[in-house]
Design a protein. Structure first.
Length: 342
């Protein structure tokens, strides 16, 4: 008995003084390399598209820029990796990217089976249908026996099958791996209908020679909560991604914009604004995230609030003109809601 006791004590001593390897957090790796690695779409109007000068722009691109601003006080420290639907999760799992910001649906199996962690929903979307207006179709229930273009390896493909099965309808799937292939097939009338997230359908319609020739049905056959994804297991990085989004939403609620953030910082007496903008030195919220005290200020200074990002990429100031609807603030009839920063 005594022998076992002394062996146990010896093991405890060895464990206490053994130097185990330490692993750098995602934030530490980002800071060390000097930039964020962000996975985005290969090209989707409003979400991720490349400009003539080679720079990327779009709603998902701007979220990565907001993260860069929060970490570096500089929105330009981002390396973008364009990914198709099949590459996106593998690239995240293999740590080629720090975050996937690529119009991706948050689902249970993607979290549990793939080891991903989806962060707050940045865009409330839904799967819909687009077709040539001359078809005369006004409801998804009229699509029996239609040929439908759909992207392989996506929830869109499985949801489409579920919808037709649930309504005892037949259809002919025309499946492609790349969005560009689907676009070409639809334009050449190889399929009657194009299905996808409604935001993507708005983008496709805009890119056609005559957008007025196409109609997007009102029907929504599934929820498509689009959210950035990271790997599970790093709570610090998870918090930074989540609270960067919440900062964008809170700024809109507080009436803080890219154009007035400096004035607000100088003149506000609002305790919530003081905490948010890093003025209140007694409430160094940024420190709890591993960021500077003024991280939220830097984010809004560089990128604007959630509403500004939405409007310039997808909404009233964009070519798409997508209405806010579910993506409006909760106080304006939408679903966009953020916990307070305090």
């Amino acid at each position: 008995m005594y022998r076992n006791f002394f062996i146990s004590i010896l093991c405890l001593i060895v464990l206490t003084f053994t130097n185990f390897p330490t692993y750098a957090s995602i934030l530490q790796n980002i800071k060390k390399r000097g930039f964020l690695k962000c996975g985005i779409n290969t090209g989707l109007t409003g979400f991720a598209e490349i400009k003539a000068n080679g720079d990327w722009k779009g709603f998902d691109v701007d979220f990565c820029k907001a993260l860069s601003a929060a970490i570096f006080n500089d929105s330009s420290k981002v390396q973008y990796l364009p990914l198709n639907a099949k590459e996106r999760f593998i690239s995240l799992q293999s740590k080629q990217i720090d975050i996937l910001s690529r119009n991706t649906d948050w689902t249970l199996l993607r979290e549990t089976a793939l080891g991903l962690a989806f962060r707050p929903i940045t865009y409330f979307d839904g799967q819909g249908f687009m077709m040539y207006k001359k078809s005369g179709i006004s409801s998804a229930l009229q699509l029996s026996d239609a040929s439908i273009c759909v992207q392989a390896g996506t929830t869109t493909e499985t949801t489409l099958a579920d919808y037709f099965k649930a309504h005892n309808m037949k259809y002919h799937p025309i499946v492609f791996e790349r969005v560009e292939e689907i676009d070409a097939a639809y334009r050449s009338h190889r399929c009657d209908v194009y299905t996808g997230d409604k935001s993507a359908l708005y983008a496709l319609r805009l890119s056609t020679d005559n957008p007025n020739e196409h109609v997007i049905l009102k029907d929504i056959i599934s929820k498509s909560p689009l959210a950035p994804a990271i790997l599970q297991g790093d709570s610090e990085w998870s918090n930074i991604v989540s609270w960067t989004h919440y900062a964008l939403v809170n700024a809109e609620e507080l009436g803080i914009t890219q154009s007035n953030v400096d004035q607000k910082r100088l003149t506000t007496n609002n305790p919530d604004m003081k905490r948010f903008l890093g003025i209140d030195k007694s409430a160094n919220i940024g420190e709890s995230l591993g960021l500077s005290r003024d991280w939220a200020y830097q984010t809004i200074k560089h990128m604007g609030n959630y509403g500004e990002i939405f409007d310039r990429n997808l909404g009233s100031q964009s070519a798409l003109k997508i209405p806010r609807e579910y993506n409006a603030l909760w106080s304006k009839g939408g679903l966009m809601y953020a916990p307070p920063i305090r």
